[in-house]
Ligand binder design. Structure first.
Ligand SMILES: Cc1ncc(COP(=O)(O)O)c(C=O)c1O
Length: 502
Protein backbone atom coordinates (compact mmCIF):
# COMPACT_ATOMS: atom_id res chain seq x y z
CA UNK A 1 0.00 0.00 0.00
CA UNK A 2 1.10 3.55 -0.68
CA UNK A 3 2.24 5.05 2.56
CA UNK A 4 -0.12 7.71 3.79
CA UNK A 5 1.40 10.55 5.77
CA UNK A 6 -0.35 10.59 9.12
CA UNK A 7 -3.66 9.00 10.07
CA UNK A 8 -7.13 9.56 8.57
CA UNK A 9 -8.36 13.06 9.13
CA UNK A 10 -5.26 14.01 11.08
CA UNK A 11 -4.79 17.71 11.49
CA UNK A 12 -2.02 19.87 12.84
CA UNK A 13 -1.51 19.89 16.61
CA UNK A 14 -1.59 23.66 16.35
CA UNK A 15 -5.26 23.41 15.49
CA UNK A 16 -6.17 20.39 17.61
CA UNK A 17 -4.80 22.06 20.76
CA UNK A 18 -7.93 24.26 20.85
CA UNK A 19 -10.69 22.46 22.70
CA UNK A 20 -13.53 24.85 22.11
CA UNK A 21 -15.27 25.20 18.79
CA UNK A 22 -14.79 28.91 18.23
CA UNK A 23 -11.09 28.85 19.08
CA UNK A 24 -10.48 25.86 16.84
CA UNK A 25 -12.38 27.43 13.95
CA UNK A 26 -10.44 30.66 14.35
CA UNK A 27 -7.12 28.79 14.32
CA UNK A 28 -8.21 26.78 11.30
CA UNK A 29 -9.27 29.97 9.50
CA UNK A 30 -5.73 31.33 9.88
CA UNK A 31 -4.02 28.08 8.84
CA UNK A 32 -2.70 27.10 5.40
CA UNK A 33 -5.34 24.37 4.88
CA UNK A 34 -6.88 25.04 1.50
CA UNK A 35 -10.61 24.30 0.99
CA UNK A 36 -11.51 22.27 -2.11
CA UNK A 37 -14.94 21.84 -0.55
CA UNK A 38 -18.06 23.87 0.12
CA UNK A 39 -18.93 26.60 1.06
CA UNK A 40 -18.12 28.39 -2.17
CA UNK A 41 -16.80 31.54 -0.47
CA UNK A 42 -13.67 29.49 0.29
CA UNK A 43 -13.07 31.30 3.55
CA UNK A 44 -12.04 34.37 1.55
CA UNK A 45 -11.67 37.64 3.46
CA UNK A 46 -14.79 39.23 1.98
CA UNK A 47 -15.82 42.53 3.42
CA UNK A 48 -18.48 41.85 6.08
CA UNK A 49 -19.34 43.66 9.32
CA UNK A 50 -18.87 42.34 12.84
CA UNK A 51 -21.61 39.63 12.92
CA UNK A 52 -22.92 40.76 16.33
CA UNK A 53 -23.48 44.30 15.12
CA UNK A 54 -25.79 43.24 12.31
CA UNK A 55 -27.56 40.26 13.88
CA UNK A 56 -31.13 41.44 14.43
CA UNK A 57 -34.66 40.09 14.32
CA UNK A 58 -37.60 41.43 12.27
CA UNK A 59 -37.62 45.01 13.53
CA UNK A 60 -38.78 48.21 11.85
CA UNK A 61 -37.06 49.08 8.57
CA UNK A 62 -35.71 45.60 7.95
CA UNK A 63 -38.68 43.85 6.35
CA UNK A 64 -39.66 40.24 7.08
CA UNK A 65 -38.74 37.18 5.01
CA UNK A 66 -42.17 35.55 4.93
CA UNK A 67 -44.02 38.86 4.31
CA UNK A 68 -41.37 40.60 2.23
CA UNK A 69 -42.54 44.03 1.05
CA UNK A 70 -39.46 46.17 1.02
CA UNK A 71 -35.72 45.42 1.30
CA UNK A 72 -36.07 41.66 1.20
CA UNK A 73 -38.61 41.78 -1.65
CA UNK A 74 -36.21 43.93 -3.70
CA UNK A 75 -33.25 41.73 -2.93
CA UNK A 76 -35.17 38.59 -3.96
CA UNK A 77 -36.17 40.38 -7.18
CA UNK A 78 -32.48 40.88 -7.97
CA UNK A 79 -32.00 37.14 -7.50
CA UNK A 80 -34.94 36.54 -9.84
CA UNK A 81 -33.32 38.80 -12.45
CA UNK A 82 -29.97 37.00 -12.26
CA UNK A 83 -31.55 33.60 -12.95
CA UNK A 84 -34.33 34.91 -15.17
CA UNK A 85 -36.93 33.08 -13.07
CA UNK A 86 -40.59 33.96 -12.59
CA UNK A 87 -39.99 34.34 -8.88
CA UNK A 88 -37.08 33.60 -6.55
CA UNK A 89 -37.02 33.14 -2.80
CA UNK A 90 -34.24 33.24 -0.23
CA UNK A 91 -33.83 30.04 1.77
CA UNK A 92 -32.02 29.99 5.08
CA UNK A 93 -32.43 26.28 5.89
CA UNK A 94 -30.46 25.21 2.84
CA UNK A 95 -31.78 23.38 -0.20
CA UNK A 96 -33.16 20.91 2.32
CA UNK A 97 -35.88 23.41 3.33
CA UNK A 98 -36.51 24.30 -0.32
CA UNK A 99 -36.91 20.69 -1.43
CA UNK A 100 -39.33 19.88 1.39
CA UNK A 101 -41.33 23.04 0.58
CA UNK A 102 -41.37 22.49 -3.19
CA UNK A 103 -42.57 18.90 -2.84
CA UNK A 104 -45.09 19.80 -0.12
CA UNK A 105 -46.60 22.49 -2.34
CA UNK A 106 -46.81 20.26 -5.42
CA UNK A 107 -48.70 17.23 -4.08
CA UNK A 108 -51.51 16.11 -1.79
CA UNK A 109 -50.80 13.61 0.98
CA UNK A 110 -50.72 10.09 -0.45
CA UNK A 111 -50.08 11.13 -4.09
CA UNK A 112 -47.99 9.07 -6.50
CA UNK A 113 -44.65 10.56 -7.52
CA UNK A 114 -41.55 9.61 -9.49
CA UNK A 115 -38.18 10.30 -7.94
CA UNK A 116 -34.70 9.63 -9.20
CA UNK A 117 -33.11 7.05 -6.96
CA UNK A 118 -30.07 9.32 -6.47
CA UNK A 119 -32.15 12.07 -4.86
CA UNK A 120 -30.95 13.71 -1.66
CA UNK A 121 -32.33 12.46 1.65
CA UNK A 122 -34.59 15.52 1.95
CA UNK A 123 -36.62 14.09 -0.95
CA UNK A 124 -36.98 10.78 0.91
CA UNK A 125 -37.96 12.69 4.04
CA UNK A 126 -40.70 14.49 2.07
CA UNK A 127 -41.90 11.09 0.78
CA UNK A 128 -42.21 9.90 4.37
CA UNK A 129 -43.80 13.08 5.73
CA UNK A 130 -46.43 13.30 2.98
CA UNK A 131 -46.92 9.50 2.77
CA UNK A 132 -46.21 9.52 -0.95
CA UNK A 133 -46.27 6.46 -3.20
CA UNK A 134 -42.94 6.27 -5.00
CA UNK A 135 -41.83 5.04 -8.39
CA UNK A 136 -38.08 5.22 -9.07
CA UNK A 137 -36.01 6.06 -12.09
CA UNK A 138 -32.31 5.25 -11.98
CA UNK A 139 -29.27 7.27 -13.01
CA UNK A 140 -26.83 5.62 -15.40
CA UNK A 141 -23.79 4.02 -13.80
CA UNK A 142 -20.52 5.22 -15.24
CA UNK A 143 -16.77 4.95 -14.67
CA UNK A 144 -15.72 4.14 -11.08
CA UNK A 145 -19.34 3.91 -9.94
CA UNK A 146 -20.07 7.57 -10.73
CA UNK A 147 -23.82 8.01 -11.05
CA UNK A 148 -24.72 9.68 -14.29
CA UNK A 149 -27.66 11.22 -16.08
CA UNK A 150 -31.32 10.27 -15.93
CA UNK A 151 -32.46 8.68 -19.19
CA UNK A 152 -35.59 10.58 -20.33
CA UNK A 153 -37.08 7.50 -22.04
CA UNK A 154 -37.01 5.67 -18.71
CA UNK A 155 -39.11 8.46 -17.21
CA UNK A 156 -41.61 8.23 -20.06
CA UNK A 157 -41.97 4.45 -19.57
CA UNK A 158 -42.92 4.93 -15.90
CA UNK A 159 -45.33 7.77 -16.71
CA UNK A 160 -47.00 5.64 -19.40
CA UNK A 161 -47.49 2.78 -16.97
CA UNK A 162 -48.73 4.81 -13.97
CA UNK A 163 -51.39 7.31 -14.95
CA UNK A 164 -51.81 9.11 -11.61
CA UNK A 165 -48.37 10.59 -11.19
CA UNK A 166 -48.45 14.24 -10.12
CA UNK A 167 -44.80 15.04 -9.63
CA UNK A 168 -41.31 14.15 -10.88
CA UNK A 169 -38.25 15.02 -8.79
CA UNK A 170 -34.72 14.63 -10.13
CA UNK A 171 -31.22 15.78 -9.18
CA UNK A 172 -29.20 17.58 -11.84
CA UNK A 173 -26.27 18.11 -11.65
CA UNK A 174 -25.34 15.14 -9.51
CA UNK A 175 -22.92 15.53 -6.63
CA UNK A 176 -20.17 14.64 -9.16
CA UNK A 177 -21.34 17.28 -11.64
CA UNK A 178 -23.21 15.18 -14.22
CA UNK A 179 -26.11 16.99 -15.88
CA UNK A 180 -29.31 15.45 -17.30
CA UNK A 181 -31.27 16.58 -20.35
CA UNK A 182 -33.73 18.79 -18.47
CA UNK A 183 -35.47 20.12 -21.57
CA UNK A 184 -36.41 16.63 -22.70
CA UNK A 185 -37.31 15.52 -19.18
CA UNK A 186 -39.53 18.60 -18.65
CA UNK A 187 -41.31 18.05 -21.99
CA UNK A 188 -42.07 14.44 -21.06
CA UNK A 189 -43.24 15.29 -17.51
CA UNK A 190 -45.55 18.02 -18.80
CA UNK A 191 -46.97 15.82 -21.55
CA UNK A 192 -48.21 13.54 -18.78
CA UNK A 193 -49.41 16.51 -16.73
CA UNK A 194 -46.79 16.12 -14.00
CA UNK A 195 -44.85 18.94 -12.33
CA UNK A 196 -41.04 18.79 -12.56
CA UNK A 197 -38.85 19.77 -9.59
CA UNK A 198 -35.12 19.89 -10.26
CA UNK A 199 -32.79 19.71 -7.30
CA UNK A 200 -30.02 21.86 -8.78
CA UNK A 201 -28.41 22.29 -5.37
CA UNK A 202 -24.93 21.89 -6.89
CA UNK A 203 -25.59 24.18 -9.85
CA UNK A 204 -26.20 27.68 -8.42
CA UNK A 205 -23.38 28.89 -10.71
CA UNK A 206 -25.06 27.49 -13.84
CA UNK A 207 -26.11 30.05 -16.45
CA UNK A 208 -23.83 32.64 -14.80
CA UNK A 209 -21.14 31.92 -17.41
CA UNK A 210 -21.21 30.09 -20.74
CA UNK A 211 -18.40 27.81 -19.50
CA UNK A 212 -20.97 26.12 -17.25
CA UNK A 213 -24.15 24.30 -18.24
CA UNK A 214 -27.47 26.07 -18.63
CA UNK A 215 -29.66 26.18 -15.53
CA UNK A 216 -32.86 24.11 -15.34
CA UNK A 217 -34.61 27.43 -14.62
CA UNK A 218 -34.48 28.21 -18.34
CA UNK A 219 -34.93 24.64 -19.58
CA UNK A 220 -38.53 23.95 -18.63
CA UNK A 221 -38.39 22.83 -14.97
CA UNK A 222 -41.25 24.13 -12.80
CA UNK A 223 -39.37 24.56 -9.53
CA UNK A 224 -35.60 24.67 -9.11
CA UNK A 225 -33.62 24.64 -5.88
CA UNK A 226 -30.07 26.03 -5.54
CA UNK A 227 -27.69 25.76 -2.60
CA UNK A 228 -26.01 29.15 -2.95
CA UNK A 229 -23.50 28.09 -0.32
CA UNK A 230 -22.21 25.13 -2.32
CA UNK A 231 -20.76 26.88 -5.34
CA UNK A 232 -21.11 30.65 -4.77
CA UNK A 233 -19.65 33.04 -2.18
CA UNK A 234 -22.47 32.69 0.33
CA UNK A 235 -22.74 31.39 3.90
CA UNK A 236 -23.54 27.76 4.71
CA UNK A 237 -27.32 27.15 4.81
CA UNK A 238 -28.07 29.87 2.27
CA UNK A 239 -30.01 28.68 -0.75
CA UNK A 240 -32.69 29.78 -3.22
CA UNK A 241 -35.94 28.44 -4.57
CA UNK A 242 -36.90 29.51 -8.08
CA UNK A 243 -40.33 29.34 -9.62
CA UNK A 244 -39.59 28.68 -13.28
CA UNK A 245 -42.86 27.36 -14.74
CA UNK A 246 -46.58 28.06 -14.47
CA UNK A 247 -47.54 25.04 -12.41
CA UNK A 248 -46.43 26.25 -8.98
CA UNK A 249 -49.01 27.01 -6.31
CA UNK A 250 -47.37 30.22 -5.08
CA UNK A 251 -49.38 30.62 -1.88
CA UNK A 252 -48.93 26.94 -1.03
CA UNK A 253 -45.19 27.28 -1.65
CA UNK A 254 -44.89 30.32 0.59
CA UNK A 255 -46.79 28.55 3.34
CA UNK A 256 -44.51 25.51 3.09
CA UNK A 257 -41.37 27.69 3.26
CA UNK A 258 -42.62 29.20 6.50
CA UNK A 259 -43.25 25.69 7.85
CA UNK A 260 -39.92 24.14 6.86
CA UNK A 261 -37.73 27.08 7.81
CA UNK A 262 -36.99 28.89 11.03
CA UNK A 263 -39.51 31.47 12.20
CA UNK A 264 -36.49 33.65 13.02
CA UNK A 265 -34.62 33.76 9.71
CA UNK A 266 -31.06 34.93 10.32
CA UNK A 267 -30.27 38.40 9.02
CA UNK A 268 -26.63 37.39 8.83
CA UNK A 269 -27.50 34.65 6.37
CA UNK A 270 -29.86 36.91 4.41
CA UNK A 271 -27.26 39.70 4.31
CA UNK A 272 -24.81 37.04 3.10
CA UNK A 273 -27.13 36.20 0.19
CA UNK A 274 -27.54 39.90 -0.56
CA UNK A 275 -23.74 40.30 -0.65
CA UNK A 276 -23.43 37.26 -2.89
CA UNK A 277 -25.94 38.73 -5.34
CA UNK A 278 -24.00 42.01 -5.24
CA UNK A 279 -20.71 40.25 -6.04
CA UNK A 280 -22.29 38.51 -9.05
CA UNK A 281 -23.94 41.72 -10.28
CA UNK A 282 -20.82 43.85 -9.94
CA UNK A 283 -17.91 41.50 -10.60
CA UNK A 284 -19.46 38.26 -11.87
CA UNK A 285 -18.04 38.54 -15.39
CA UNK A 286 -14.41 39.10 -14.28
CA UNK A 287 -14.60 36.45 -11.57
CA UNK A 288 -16.10 33.82 -13.88
CA UNK A 289 -13.59 34.63 -16.65
CA UNK A 290 -10.69 34.17 -14.24
CA UNK A 291 -12.25 31.00 -12.83
CA UNK A 292 -12.64 29.56 -16.35
CA UNK A 293 -9.01 30.39 -17.12
CA UNK A 294 -7.80 28.65 -13.93
CA UNK A 295 -9.92 25.56 -14.60
CA UNK A 296 -8.84 25.25 -18.23
CA UNK A 297 -5.20 25.53 -17.21
CA UNK A 298 -5.70 22.92 -14.50
CA UNK A 299 -7.34 20.44 -16.89
CA UNK A 300 -4.58 21.03 -19.44
CA UNK A 301 -1.79 20.34 -16.93
CA UNK A 302 -3.78 17.39 -15.58
CA UNK A 303 -3.19 15.62 -18.91
CA UNK A 304 0.45 15.07 -17.87
CA UNK A 305 -0.42 12.73 -14.99
CA UNK A 306 0.25 9.03 -15.50
CA UNK A 307 -1.03 7.21 -12.43
CA UNK A 308 -3.69 9.72 -11.54
CA UNK A 309 -6.26 10.91 -14.01
CA UNK A 310 -8.32 14.11 -14.01
CA UNK A 311 -11.69 13.17 -15.49
CA UNK A 312 -13.04 15.24 -18.38
CA UNK A 313 -16.04 15.09 -20.72
CA UNK A 314 -14.07 12.63 -22.88
CA UNK A 315 -14.32 10.03 -20.11
CA UNK A 316 -18.12 10.21 -20.30
CA UNK A 317 -18.42 10.08 -24.09
CA UNK A 318 -19.77 6.54 -24.08
CA UNK A 319 -22.66 7.62 -21.86
CA UNK A 320 -23.92 10.47 -24.02
CA UNK A 321 -23.96 12.91 -21.10
CA UNK A 322 -25.60 16.24 -22.11
CA UNK A 323 -23.19 18.36 -20.03
CA UNK A 324 -20.82 18.28 -17.08
CA UNK A 325 -19.90 20.88 -14.48
CA UNK A 326 -16.21 21.70 -15.00
CA UNK A 327 -16.13 23.19 -11.51
CA UNK A 328 -16.23 19.69 -10.00
CA UNK A 329 -12.74 18.24 -10.37
CA UNK A 330 -12.71 14.44 -10.14
CA UNK A 331 -9.27 12.91 -9.74
CA UNK A 332 -9.16 9.20 -10.30
CA UNK A 333 -6.38 6.94 -9.15
CA UNK A 334 -5.24 4.48 -11.81
CA UNK A 335 -2.58 2.99 -9.59
CA UNK A 336 -3.13 -0.31 -7.79
CA UNK A 337 -1.42 0.86 -4.64
CA UNK A 338 -3.38 3.98 -3.86
CA UNK A 339 -7.14 4.15 -3.58
CA UNK A 340 -9.43 7.19 -3.40
CA UNK A 341 -9.47 7.26 0.38
CA UNK A 342 -5.66 7.18 0.55
CA UNK A 343 -5.30 9.89 -2.07
CA UNK A 344 -7.70 12.06 -0.06
CA UNK A 345 -5.69 11.47 3.14
CA UNK A 346 -2.41 12.15 1.41
CA UNK A 347 -3.63 15.45 -0.02
CA UNK A 348 -4.92 16.47 3.39
CA UNK A 349 -2.09 15.31 5.61
CA UNK A 350 0.95 16.07 3.50
CA UNK A 351 -0.26 19.00 1.40
CA UNK A 352 -2.98 20.54 3.61
CA UNK A 353 -5.46 20.33 0.73
CA UNK A 354 -8.93 19.45 2.01
CA UNK A 355 -10.98 17.63 -0.63
CA UNK A 356 -14.79 17.53 -0.62
CA UNK A 357 -14.97 13.74 -0.63
CA UNK A 358 -13.29 10.46 -1.47
CA UNK A 359 -14.82 7.48 -3.17
CA UNK A 360 -13.30 4.04 -3.72
CA UNK A 361 -11.39 5.18 -6.76
CA UNK A 362 -11.45 8.95 -6.94
CA UNK A 363 -11.49 12.18 -4.95
CA UNK A 364 -13.67 15.18 -5.60
CA UNK A 365 -12.41 18.77 -5.41
CA UNK A 366 -15.12 21.43 -5.38
CA UNK A 367 -14.15 24.77 -6.83
CA UNK A 368 -15.74 28.20 -7.21
CA UNK A 369 -15.11 31.74 -8.42
CA UNK A 370 -13.42 32.38 -5.07
CA UNK A 371 -10.62 29.87 -5.64
CA UNK A 372 -7.28 31.48 -6.18
CA UNK A 373 -4.68 30.67 -8.77
CA UNK A 374 -2.40 29.77 -5.87
CA UNK A 375 -5.00 27.21 -4.70
CA UNK A 376 -5.19 25.56 -8.13
CA UNK A 377 -1.36 25.59 -8.34
CA UNK A 378 -1.05 23.92 -4.95
CA UNK A 379 -3.40 21.16 -6.08
CA UNK A 380 -1.69 20.34 -9.32
CA UNK A 381 1.84 20.52 -7.87
CA UNK A 382 0.73 18.09 -5.16
CA UNK A 383 -0.78 15.79 -7.78
CA UNK A 384 2.35 15.96 -9.94
CA UNK A 385 4.52 15.04 -6.96
CA UNK A 386 2.26 12.14 -5.94
CA UNK A 387 2.20 10.95 -9.56
CA UNK A 388 5.98 11.07 -9.74
CA UNK A 389 6.32 9.13 -6.46
CA UNK A 390 3.95 6.50 -7.81
CA UNK A 391 6.00 6.25 -10.99
CA UNK A 392 9.14 5.60 -8.95
CA UNK A 393 7.58 2.81 -6.94
CA UNK A 394 5.26 1.21 -9.49
CA UNK A 395 7.52 -1.65 -10.63
CA UNK A 396 7.81 -3.01 -7.13
CA UNK A 397 4.14 -3.25 -6.46
CA UNK A 398 1.51 -5.87 -7.09
CA UNK A 399 -2.15 -5.34 -7.81
CA UNK A 400 -4.03 -6.27 -4.67
CA UNK A 401 -7.57 -7.67 -4.33
CA UNK A 402 -8.62 -4.42 -2.78
CA UNK A 403 -7.96 -2.67 -6.10
CA UNK A 404 -9.95 -5.18 -8.12
CA UNK A 405 -12.86 -4.71 -5.70
CA UNK A 406 -12.70 -0.97 -6.19
CA UNK A 407 -12.93 -1.26 -9.94
CA UNK A 408 -15.99 -3.46 -9.62
CA UNK A 409 -17.84 -1.45 -7.00
CA UNK A 410 -19.91 0.47 -9.58
CA UNK A 411 -21.15 -2.80 -11.09
CA UNK A 412 -21.95 -4.19 -7.65
CA UNK A 413 -23.98 -1.11 -6.74
CA UNK A 414 -25.85 -1.26 -10.04
CA UNK A 415 -26.88 -4.82 -9.26
CA UNK A 416 -28.20 -3.75 -5.83
CA UNK A 417 -30.76 -1.65 -7.70
CA UNK A 418 -31.55 -4.38 -10.23
CA UNK A 419 -32.29 -6.80 -7.39
CA UNK A 420 -34.34 -4.26 -5.42
CA UNK A 421 -37.77 -5.47 -4.36
CA UNK A 422 -40.32 -3.05 -2.93
CA UNK A 423 -42.90 -4.62 -0.62
CA UNK A 424 -44.45 -1.47 0.84
CA UNK A 425 -44.17 2.33 0.76
CA UNK A 426 -41.57 4.04 2.96
CA UNK A 427 -44.18 5.53 5.33
CA UNK A 428 -46.11 2.22 5.59
CA UNK A 429 -43.31 0.58 7.61
CA UNK A 430 -44.47 2.74 10.52
CA UNK A 431 -47.69 0.74 10.80
CA UNK A 432 -45.84 -2.46 11.73
CA UNK A 433 -43.85 -3.70 14.69
CA UNK A 434 -40.14 -3.19 14.15
CA UNK A 435 -37.37 -5.49 15.37
CA UNK A 436 -33.60 -5.34 15.39
CA UNK A 437 -31.88 -7.96 13.23
CA UNK A 438 -28.22 -8.79 12.72
CA UNK A 439 -27.32 -7.59 9.24
CA UNK A 440 -25.85 -11.00 8.39
CA UNK A 441 -29.15 -12.75 9.21
CA UNK A 442 -31.44 -10.16 7.65
CA UNK A 443 -31.64 -11.51 4.06
CA UNK A 444 -35.27 -11.76 2.95
CA UNK A 445 -36.56 -9.41 5.67
CA UNK A 446 -38.13 -6.01 4.97
CA UNK A 447 -35.91 -3.10 5.92
CA UNK A 448 -37.26 -0.31 8.13
CA UNK A 449 -34.11 1.78 7.57
CA UNK A 450 -31.97 3.36 4.87
CA UNK A 451 -28.42 2.34 4.05
CA UNK A 452 -26.32 4.68 1.97
CA UNK A 453 -22.74 5.60 1.20
CA UNK A 454 -22.02 9.11 2.45
CA UNK A 455 -21.26 11.21 0.55
CA UNK A 456 -23.23 11.40 -1.67
CA UNK A 457 -26.02 9.76 0.38
CA UNK A 458 -27.83 7.79 -2.32
CA UNK A 459 -29.70 4.94 -0.61
CA UNK A 460 -28.87 1.34 -1.53
CA UNK A 461 -32.00 0.32 0.33
CA UNK A 462 -34.96 2.31 1.67
CA UNK A 463 -37.61 1.32 4.26
CA UNK A 464 -40.13 -1.10 2.76
CA UNK A 465 -37.65 -2.95 0.50
CA UNK A 466 -36.43 -6.53 0.91
CA UNK A 467 -32.84 -7.06 2.02
CA UNK A 468 -31.01 -9.15 -0.60
CA UNK A 469 -27.92 -11.32 -0.17
CA UNK A 470 -26.26 -9.17 -2.81
CA UNK A 471 -26.83 -6.03 -0.68
CA UNK A 472 -25.16 -7.69 2.32
CA UNK A 473 -22.20 -8.62 0.11
CA UNK A 474 -21.88 -5.04 -1.18
CA UNK A 475 -22.04 -3.63 2.35
CA UNK A 476 -19.14 -5.93 3.28
CA UNK A 477 -17.13 -4.70 0.29
CA UNK A 478 -17.80 -1.03 1.08
CA UNK A 479 -16.71 -1.59 4.67
CA UNK A 480 -13.48 -3.27 3.57
CA UNK A 481 -12.72 -0.32 1.32
CA UNK A 482 -13.11 2.11 4.24
CA UNK A 483 -16.12 3.89 2.70
CA UNK A 484 -18.57 5.63 5.01
CA UNK A 485 -21.84 3.72 5.40
CA UNK A 486 -24.66 5.65 7.04
CA UNK A 487 -28.40 5.48 7.65
CA UNK A 488 -28.54 2.68 10.21
CA UNK A 489 -29.21 3.58 13.82
CA UNK A 490 -26.51 1.09 14.75
CA UNK A 491 -23.41 3.17 14.03
CA UNK A 492 -21.30 -0.01 13.89
CA UNK A 493 -23.48 -1.18 10.94
CA UNK A 494 -23.93 -4.64 12.50
CA UNK A 495 -27.71 -4.50 13.04
CA UNK A 496 -30.65 -3.24 11.01
CA UNK A 497 -34.25 -2.44 11.95
CA UNK A 498 -36.66 -4.68 10.05
CA UNK A 499 -40.43 -5.12 9.86
CA UNK A 500 -41.32 -7.86 12.39
CA UNK A 501 -44.30 -9.38 10.57
CA UNK A 502 -46.91 -8.35 8.02
C1 LIG B 1 -28.01 16.89 -4.38
C2 LIG B 1 -28.26 17.60 -3.09
N1 LIG B 1 -29.46 18.15 -2.87
C3 LIG B 1 -29.75 18.80 -1.73
C4 LIG B 1 -28.81 18.92 -0.74
C5 LIG B 1 -29.16 19.67 0.53
O1 LIG B 1 -28.54 20.91 0.48
P1 LIG B 1 -28.38 21.86 1.76
O2 LIG B 1 -27.14 21.40 2.45
O3 LIG B 1 -28.23 23.23 1.15
O4 LIG B 1 -29.59 21.72 2.60
C6 LIG B 1 -27.54 18.36 -0.90
C7 LIG B 1 -26.54 18.46 0.17
O5 LIG B 1 -25.43 18.08 0.09
C8 LIG B 1 -27.26 17.68 -2.12
O6 LIG B 1 -26.05 17.11 -2.33
Amino acid sequence: MYEVYGKRGEMDEQILQYKDLYERLAAYGKSDYYPFHMPGHKRAALNFANPYQIDITEIEAFDSLYYAEDLLRDSQKRLQKIYNSKRSYYLINGSTGGILSAIGASIKTGDEIIIARNCHKSVYNAVKLFQLKTHYIYPQFMECGIQGKIVPEQLEDVLKEHKNIKLVVITSPTYDGIVSDIKKIADIAHRYDATLIVDEAHGAHFSLSSYFPESSVSLGADLVIHSLHKTLPSFTQTAALHVAGDRADILGLEEMMSIFQSSSPSYLLMAGIDRCIGIIERSGKQLFDKYEENLKRFYEIGKNLKHLHVLTEKDYEAYDVPAVDHGKILIRTCHPKVNGVQLYDLLLNKYHLQMEMSSAQYVLAMTSIMDTQEGFDRLFWALLEIDRDLELTSDLLEVCDDYRNKSQLGKFLERVYEKREKVMEISDTEHYNIEETLLQSSVGKISAEYIYLYPPGVPMIVPGETISDHLIEVIGKCRNLGLHLQGLRDRQCQKILTVASI
